[in-house]
Design a protein. Structure first.
Length: 58
């Protein structure tokens, strides 16, 4: 994961992303990556729940 913090409290998933950071251009070169799970990942403590997240600018 790049620049993503996940926390589960009961049944609430909280996702934290620092939108001031960047990680360069996407593979297509059309956008700039801010944060990514880099594919689907299990939610901490809830292996059956999956998340796939990309945060970017054009």
């Amino acid at each position: 994961m790049k620049n993503i913090e996940m926390n589960v409290n009961g049944d609430i998933l909280t996702i934290k992303v620092d939108i001031s950071k960047t990680f360069g251009k996407s593979s297509s070169g059309k956008s700039t990556i801010i944060a990514s799970t880099e594919g689907n990942m299990s939610v901490p403590g809830k292996e059956e729940v999956k998340i796939g997240l990309n945060v970017y600018t054009k």
